[in-house]
Unconditional design. Structure first.
Length: 414
């Protein structure tokens, strides 16, 4: 920590010189790691604008412009996802916080039904809540449950099928305050739980159905892909984010709750020094935080610039890319482990050690970047196609490089 002030231009140059080269090309067209997407140029620019405005977007009275923009973006998103008109939404940081926020509303909902105010009285002495998840639940949903006092381990796990989808026929009998957590988009396979059946089972038993749709919810923006998420509109809450597949910079998670009033009941605060909304929507009444950046700006910019057609084209191009990877790898004799229904591909190059070696060699080659995973006992390379910048040519160039590297590694072993 320097003692004396420094020239800001020098500080920036230092950052650029030292940290710039130590970053990963996550924004690039041939980055297929995790499920993180890039950032549409318009959203990078809108992000700079919003940063320069430096609005504390918690309160509508203090920041009417960006608060209104959030409302518009949320309305557009509800239309894209086909969520019920009553649904209220919130901009949070990412899908983890979206799950947390929606599950806080779920906790409120099921306990209020049982005559208990969890915000006022906490969980000590509260009626117990049963939480049901699929065997391949994302770990951040479990983390959210832990943060909410519902326990990462205190859950009922339902077995999944060979695609990683929760088996509706293996649901336990549902009784008492219950939250059923379904998934739209398995992080390994891209598979969707049988949402209609799960939502119906929850509804019949008076339970709450929550859907983690971190990237899968976006399938609703495309006619050919929307069928994957059929029935999702019947859920009580949804979590997603825009930093993965909408290709918006970070701090763009989204929580939605069907029944109006529940989200503010679990999130809102008041204090004499804070102006109330006076009829306008106060963003902080819907989120865990009070102070926050103007998160809706970049989502608005992405949607305004892509339009419905651009949105569908981006998702469909990415899914076409995933299918092309799967076909090319299968044609070369490698095993595709998943049914490629969305933008995720799992490929095995042979035994675990060989697959690991080939994944590493592909990363070193540098034409593209893919990660590794172990799914249902199989070591695999994960290809996640979710960048606005990925063209069909990028997919071909990457596929050629992957096949070349894999053939070399196998040749060396033989
Ligand atoms: C299904 C699912 N849920 C939640 C998350 C967590 O998202 P975030 O990293 O935005 O918190 C992910 C991340 O990949 C995911 O795939």
């Amino acid at each position: 920590m320097p003692t004396r002030p420094a020239d800001p231009a020098q500080v920036l140059a230092q950052l650029d010189d030292i940290v710039g080269p130590a970053t990963m090309a996550m924004a690039g067209p041939r980055f297929f790691g995790f499920v993180i997407g890039g950032s549409l140029p318009v959203t990078v620019a809108s992000n700079w604008l919003a940063t320069a405005w430096d609005q504390n977007a918690g309160l509508a009275a203090a920041t009417p412009g960006v608060s209104r923009l959030e409302e518009i973006a949320l309305r557009w998103l509800k239309e894209i996802f086909g969520l019920p008109a009553t649904t209220q939404g919130a901009f949070v940081t990412g899908a983890t916080m979206a799950n947390f926020t929606a599950l806080a509303a779920a906790r409120h909902g099921v306990l209020a039904q049982a005559g208990w105010s969890v915000e006022a009285d906490g969980l000590f002495g509260a009626p117990p809540i049963t939480v049901i998840v699929g065997e391949e639940v994302h770990p951040t949903l479990l983390k959210s449950l832990g943060l909410l006092g519902l326990g990462r381990r205190r859950i009922t796990r339902v077995p999944v099928d060979t695609h990683g989808r929760m088996r509706a026929d293996r649901l336990p009998r549902i009784a008492g305050p219950t939250i059923l957590c379904a998934q739209a988009g398995n992080v390994n396979t891209g598979a969707f739980d049988p949402l209609r059946e799960l939502c119906a089972a929850a509804q019949e038993a008076g339970a709450w159905c929550h859907v983690d749709g971190a990237f899968g919810l976006w399938a609703r923006a495309s006619k050919p892909l929307a069928a994957l998420a059929e029935g999702i509109e019947l859920a009580d809450s949804w979590a997603t984010d825009a930093h993965k597949w909408l290709n918006v910079p970070y701090d763009s998670g989204l929580a939605f709750v069907r029944e109006p009033g529940i989200l503010p009941a679990s999130m809102a605060i008041s204090a004499e020094y804070l102006p109330q909304g006076d009829g306008a929507r106060n963003p902080s009444d819907f989120t865990p935080e009070l102070s926050r950046r103007a998160r809706g700006v970049d989502v608005w910019a992405a949607l305004a610039s892509l339009g419905r057609e651009g949105l569908a084209e981006m998702f469909e191009r990415n899914c076409r890319g995933a299918k092309r990877f799967a076909a090319g790898l299968a044609a070369a004799g490698y095993e595709i482990l998943n049914d490629v229904v969305l933008n995720q591909v799992l490929v095995s190059f042979g035994d675990a050690a060989l697959t690991e070696r080939i994944v590493q060699a592909i990363q070193v080659d540098g034409t593209c970047w893919c990660g590794r995973t172990v799914w249902q006992g199989h070591t695999a390379m994960r290809i996640s196609v979710c960048s606005w910048a990925t063209t069909d040519e990028d997919v071909e160039a990457s596929l050629t490089a992957i096949l070349r590297v894999a053939a070399t590694a196998r040749g060396r072993r033989a």
